[in-house]
Design a protein around this ligand. Sequence first.
Ligand SMILES: [Zn+2]
Length: 130
Amino acid sequence: MFDELDFACDGCGCRWRLVPAMVEQVACRHNGMFGCPCGYMNDLSAKIEEARIPPEPAPTRADIDIDDLFSYHRLTPAQLDRFDYIRGPIKVAAAAIMANCPGGADRTTAIRKLRECLMTANASIALDRK
Ligand SMILES: [Zn+2]
């Protein structure tokens, strides 16, 4: 995972801001080399290493805050908006399953898993990375 990368071309001095997907592409496919339209090949390897965000370590049992995990979390308006962004597409998927899958145990399970998906995604927003 990368953060945005701001740098100036060593050839012409023009300013660049690479978004994370572009940083990843430069890092993986071009060995850290970025060709400016001026023709200069900038070596960004060191800058890319600085911009790299280390993966978060998986929480260990000791890190899990049980009180927080089972507490009510009052949601901010921004969190409620994020709930809505996720709920809409999942409802569309549920409607598609209801309209196209024959009734039965598998369809029931598919709908149940969509509900679990929505609830787990909402929990990730409410708990905010805990
Ligand atoms: Zn340049």
